[in-house]
Design a protein around this ligand. Structure first.
Ligand SMILES: CC(C)(COP(=O)(O)OP(=O)(O)OC[C@H]1O[C@@H](n2cnc3c(N)ncnc32)[C@H](O)[C@@H]1OP(=O)(O)O)[C@@H](O)C(=O)NCCC(=O)NCCS
Length: 214
């Protein structure tokens, strides 16, 4: 599978606020000719300074016109679903790293992933596909992040943390070394995770505990 870090034209699926940050990051990383696709087209024709050219089907019809394609949808499940569809359709999936982020050359970053400004990914980390490592987040040595994970702005994962597919680490959360977070789990804003979390829960607080919804 091709892994691009820059090129001349980039198509982004999902013209949201997150999409704007992805576009800005891509621009800083050297991409030009950035265009959005979003199913709200034609009602939605622009996202910040970037044009919305059509809906998702229009993107599939014009895939060959782009040097890179990336899904810029914040919702983890939707992002991963569209990413896999694009991959199967043979799209050149981009990987975007802000020039002011640090990604160790001794780490792995999967296609369709984006690393925002100020983020750090240290040696031995393995980052899956369609992952977001957001502004000023840190992913320390030997962490393993499944596909479709989102590490929100300012969240910190200590060494050897495992995060299951589609999990979401909320803004400013901290995760102690060696912790395992299950697939699809949501760690609330500002939480401190000091014990493993099972799949599919929402955990908040310090120490983080599953939110009781009864
Ligand atoms: C955890 C979270 C998902 C809960 O959202 P929710 O289901 O809408 O829950 P509510 O806002 O109704 O809150 C339910 C209770 O949990 C508390 N709570 C919610 N989020 C909390 C958090 N992060 N830490 C501590 N308590 C929290 C609320 O105060 C409320 O308590 P109460 O019932 O005593 O009033 C959400 O607050 C959160 O933290 N989301 C992460 C957002 C984020 O990181 N965004 C980054 C975007 S890049």
């Amino acid at each position: 599978m091709p892994r691009l870090t820059r090129g001349s034209s980039l198509a982004l699926l999902g013209a949201s606020g997150h999409g704007r940050v992805v576009a800005d990051t891509a621009h800083a990383a050297g991409w030009s000719g950035i265009a959005f696709f979003d199913d709200r087209f034609p009602a939605l024709r622009a996202n910040g300074p970037w044009e919305v050219r059509g809906g998702s089907e229009a993107l599939f019809e014009t895939l060959g016109a782009y040097d890179g394609v990336l899904v810029a949808i914040g919702d983890n499940a939707a992002r991963l679903r569209h990413h896999l569809r694009l991959r199967e359709a043979g799209a050149l999936i981009a990987t975007i790293v802000h020039p002011r982020a640090w990604v160790s050359p001794h780490s792995r970053l999967g296609p369709g992933s984006v690393v925002m400004a100020g983020a750090m990914i240290n040696i031995g980390a393995e980052i899956g596909e369609a992952v977001i490592v957001n502004t000023s987040a840190s992913v320390d040595h030997d962490c393993v992040l499944g596909d479709g994970v989102h590490v929100s702005p300012g969240a910190h994962l200590a060494g050897g943390v495992t995060v299951g597919e589609g999990a979401w680490i909320g803004i400013g959360a901290s995760v102690r070394h060696g912790i395992r977070i299950g697939a699809g789990t949501l760690v609330g804003a500002g939480a401190a995770v000091v014990r493993d979390l099972p799949p599919g829960v929402t955990a908040i607080g310090c120490p983080a505990r599953p939110l009781n919804r009864t």
